[in-house]
Design a protein around this ligand. Structure first.
Ligand code: P1T
Length: 393
């Protein structure tokens, strides 16, 4: 079955009880048993819920996986993967990651005596060199947030397999429409469904997909035991979102490609990070492991925080906000927003500078978006025109 068809039909058969074409929101915490020890497959909604189940089946199919598990947020999904570990275990992770993931690693799980070693993921050999006898998990985010670096999933999966380690890939930026890590050798895929999967900036959620029976059993047990599950309505919003994922992703990419080219030719811009540009250091790898380059771009401006402030406060269509992957365009400043809590030395090592701006390109008209960036870059915006925008922190 083609991706577009799966997104609309997998797990989403007409409701057995009523014939409802669209999966109902089963807003119930519990289920009446037919008799002692006999129920219709559902017992209590922390363990399972039909609306969530429909989403789990649909997401598994989109990633070419066997099993899906949904969570209350992307970070709840990531925590669930980390809950596979025990005190004393080690994780080798690519160094460029969502700031909240770094915070979760360094500020929460390191307290439980789990060690995280960050490596430059652009060279797969760096993962191999950092592996010790205690390493259990390799964590990859690709393309990365916010520098849009691309790490070689297949090469890293060979290293993981040779050392019998679990490889988990955060596929949030690409979405399953453009990248399928399980097909490339990963054991676990993680998503913030808040982003492209939900697609409308109206829900926070997360997901894990795997084809490994043992990992699934363990992860399902953790899901039920820890309880970081999404409610039925949030599950339904993501289920509704994925129906249009394919058409949205095509437009995100079409817009992003034109915007990346426009930005590359702008005199105020020093560097554009977009895997679809031939100048991107991992362009060939991106072409090989992805079927498209996505809708996220970051760029470095000539000048300091004052220039940054003018640009991020000067756009009228691009809202100054955290998050990404919605139909509407967003603009952000990683070092003071999404990555504010990443330690200074980590930022320096990565080259995550004050001059870096990140945009999530929406699916509005391409020319409107380019014109909006143009007027902001050329300094034509004024503070009175952007009263719908947040304040830079
Ligand atoms: O926000 P949440 O649903 O918990 O997802 C966390 C997360 C995980 N992985 C990646 C790659 C992410 O980008 C995120 C969240 N990112 C943002 C909020 C952001 O603005 O980058």
């Amino acid at each position: 079955m083609e991706f577009e068809t799966k997104a609309i039909h997998m797990g989403q058969e007409p409701d057995k009880a009523t014939g409802a074409t669209i999966t109902p929101i089963y807003q119930t915490s519990t289920y009446t048993h037919d008799a002692l020890g006999k129920h219709k497959g559902y017992d209590y909604s922390r363990a399972d819920n039909p609306t969530r189940h429909a989403l789990e089946v649909a997401l598994a199919s989109l990633e070419n996986g066997k099993y899906g598990l949904c969570f209350a947020s992307g970070l709840a999904a990531t925590s669930t993967v980390l809950n596979l570990l025990k005190a004393g275990d080690e994780v080798v992770t690519g160094d460029d990651l969502y700031g909240g993931t770094v915070r979760l690693f360094d500020k929460i799980y390191s307290n439980f005596n789990i060690k995280f070693t960050y490596v430059d993921g652009t060279n797969p050999k760096n993962f191999e060199s950092a592996i010790t006898g205690k390493t259990k998990l390799i964590w990859l985010e690709t393309p990365t947030n916010p520098l849009l670096r691309v790490f070689d999933i297949n090469e890293v999966s060979k290293i993981a397999k040779a050392k019998k380690l679990i490889l988990a890939v955060d596929n949030t930026f690409a979405s399953p429409y453009f990248q399928k890590p399980l097909d490339l050798g990963a054991d676990i895929v993680v998503h913030s469904t808040t982003k492209y999967l939900g697609g409308h900036s109206d829900v926070v959620g997360g997901a894990i997909i795997t084809s490994n029976n043992d990992l699934f059993e363990e992860l399902k047990f953790i899901q039920k035991s820890v309880g970081a599950i999404p409610g039925p309505f949030d599950s339904w919003l993501v289920l509704r979102g994925i129906k249009t994922l394919a058409v949205r992703m095509k437009k995100h990419e079409e817009n992003a490609m034109q915007i990346a080219e426009f930005l590359s030719n702008h005199p105020k811009i020093k560097k554009v990070n977009y895997p679809g540009l031939k100048s991107h250091p991992q362009y060939e790898l991106a072409k090989k492991q992805m079927t498209g380059f996505g809708g996220m771009i970051s760029f470095e401006v000539n000048g300091g925080i004052d220039t940054v402030k003018k640009i991020v406060e000067g756009t009228k269509l691009f809202a100054l906000a955290e998050s990404l992957g919605g139909v509407e365009s967003l603009i952000g400043h990683p070092v003071t927003m999404t990555h504010a809590e990443v330690p200074e030395e980590h930022k320096e090592k990565l080259g995550l500078s004050e001059g870096l701006i990140r945009i999530s390109v929406g699916i509005e008209g391409t020319n409107d978006l380019i014109n909006d960036l143009k007027q902001a870059l050329d300094g034509k915006g004024s503070s009175s025109t952007k009263n719908n925008k947040a304040i830079v922190v």
